[in-house]
Every structure is written in structure tokens, then in C-alpha cells.
Design a binder for this molecule. Structure first.
Ligand code: ADP
Length: 261
């Protein structure tokens, strides 16, 4: 996303195209770079290709064999050979927490990823404790995930992702269905994490708060990218791609310089 040459980007996506087996062209020649530690918003109308793009970062959808790799993480191409290591580096959080939580207790769910990495039981235990603490859920270890609130479930998912110590977080609609307090807690939590983050969301006010840069995707193509405020303030561009200029940018106030005209 940065102009100029970034010598050590966290993520590079190079001419990524993808058709679903039924022929739907979900991504067309998608190209972008995320600098280390950047938090970038991925916005666009329903069906734009946001989820498909996030799944590719985690290698969930296979590329055509023999093709030039389209996804590069920390300077290394994502290929079938290094898939397990690359998957560890990108922590993907699904939109629906219920797709990610399937164990009897919170601790088991958070331990699932680190166990796949074949870490020692002590290391797994330490990572579970540390990541539950990071998301503010210490003491929830023995709780059954399906009895938790939506916000708590989402934080358990995030703890499970963090326990694998990824360098990039790919988050699909992290604030959907959260109440205002849960949403605020999540924003605070994400703002405090050091990882490079790509956040797909319709919650443009969250994007304004968290992301310095945005990618605007429509019809599987990146139609704009750049500083969040200049893209989201461009009413014509937003309307042309099924979005609206967020309220937080509409109400200019002398004591709120973030609300630009
Ligand atoms: P977004 O996350 O921006 O809403 P998606 O990545 O879910 O967009 O979808 C991109 C396009 O791919 C849409 O046209 C959608 O209908 C299509 N699509 C998504 N999943 C599948 C699938 N499993 N099979 C066929 N087409 C799909």
C-alpha cells in the first residue's frame, strides 16, 4: 500500500485471479502490498470478493498448479510445499465464530492450533494462558464456548489465532453482530496488537478508527487503494461501489479534527 518500494513487506499479492469451480470469477488480477505492522481495511459491497481474498492468504483455496505464486508472505511465496508454515503465519478469523469453535472448552479450542504445530504440552499451555490474557478472557478456560456471548466467542477465536503466533491477521467482519460494548472492546484489542492486519468489514467507522489505508474491492478487482480518509470521503467513489461515506467523516467539528469535510 505504501508508495515506493517496500523492501520487506509483510504481504504481497501479485495478479491474483480466482474462479470458483462453477466458473464465477471471484478475483481478477488483484495486486497489493502490505507493509510490516500496517492495519489495512478491505472494503467493498457484498460479493466483491473480500472473503475469497482472505481465504487465499491462508492458502485455503488451491492455486492452479504450476502458476506463478500470487501470495507472498514475509518475502516467501505461498506454495503447496510450505503451506503448513505459511498457514501458521497468517491467522484467519472467520466471520461466524461458530465455524471456528468446536471443542468442549475454551482452553481446548485455543489449544487446537498450537497442538497442530506439535509444540510441547507446556508450550501449548503457556500459549493458551498468554493469548487468553491478551484477549481479556483469563479465567474462561473451562467454559464451554457455545455458552459464551457473541463478543466472547469472537475473542476466543482471536485467542486461538494469536496462540499460533501469526505475523499477519486476516479478519473477516470482526465486528458483525457485536453490541456497542463488545465492538468497542474489539477495536481496543485490535488497536493494541502488533501484527500486520487486513480487516474486511462493512463497519466503515471501525475501519476509520483502526486502519491507515484501505483497499476497495468490487467485482473481484481493486478499484481504489490509499489513505482511508481520502477514499472514504470520496462520496462518488463510495456510491459507485455500493458504499456510503461514513457518518464519522460527515460531521466536521472544530474539536474533532478527524471529521474532515
Ligand atoms: P464478499 O466477501 O465480498 O461478500 P465473496 O468472496 O464471498 O465476496 O464472493 C465473491 C464472489 O464469489 C461472489 O460473486 C460470490 O457469489 C462468489 N462465490 C463465493 N463463494 C462461492 C462458491 N463457493 N462457489 C461459487 N461462487 C462463490
Amino acid at each position: 500500500m505504501r508508495p515506493g518500494v517496500d523492501v520487506n513487506p509483510a504481504l504481497q499479492v501479485k495478479r491474483l485471479s480466482y474462479h470458483y469451480p462453477d466458473g464465477t470469477a471471484a478475483l481478477r488480477q488483484v495486486d497489493f502490498t502490505l507493509a510490516q505492522g500496517a492495519r489495512v481495511g478491505l472494503i467493498g459491497p457484498n460479493g466483491a470478493g473480500k472473503s475469497t481474498l482472505l481465504w487465499h492468504l491462508n492458502g485455503l483455496l488451491p492455486d492452479s498448479p504450476g502458476k506463478t505464486p500470487a501470495v507472498w508472505i514475509d518475502g516467501q511465496p505461498l506454495t503447496e510445499k510450505n503451506l503448513p508454515e505459511m498457514r501458521r503465519r497468517v491467522g484467519l478469523m472467520f466471520q461466524d465464530a461458530n465455524d471456528q469453535l468446536f471443542c468442549a472448552t475454551v482452553a481446548e479450542d485455543v489449544a487446537f492450533g498450537p497442538r497442530q504445530l506439535r509444540l510441547s504440552p507446556q508450550e501449548v499451555q503457556q500459549r493458551v494462558q498468554r493469548s487468553l490474557q491478551q484477549v481479556g478472557l483469563s479465567g474462561f478456560e473451562k467454559r464451554p464456548p457455545h455458552h459464551l456471548s457473541v463478543g466472547e466467542k469472537r475473542r476466543v477465536c482471536l485467542a486461538g489465532v494469536l496462540a499460533c503466533q501469526p505475523s499477519i491477521l486476516a479478519l473477516d467482519e470482526p465486528s458483525s453482530n457485536l453490541d456497542p460494548r463488545g465492538r468497542r472492546e474489539l477495536i481496543h484489542l485490535l488497536a493494541g496488537l502488533p501484527q500486520t492486519q487486513l480487516i474486511a468489514s462493512h463497519d466503515l467507522e471501525l475501519i476509520v478508527e483502526l486502519c491507515q489505508q484501505v483497499l476497495l474491492l468490487d467485482g473481484g478487482q481493486i478499484v481504489a487503494q490509499g489513505p482511508t480518509r481520502s477514499i472514504l470521503n470520496d462520496e462518488q467513489l463510495m456510491l459507485a461501489h455500493g458504499l456510503e461515506r461514513p457518518h464519522v467523516l460527515r460531521h466536521a467539528h472544530p474539536h474533532n479534527p478527524s471529521a474532515e469535510p
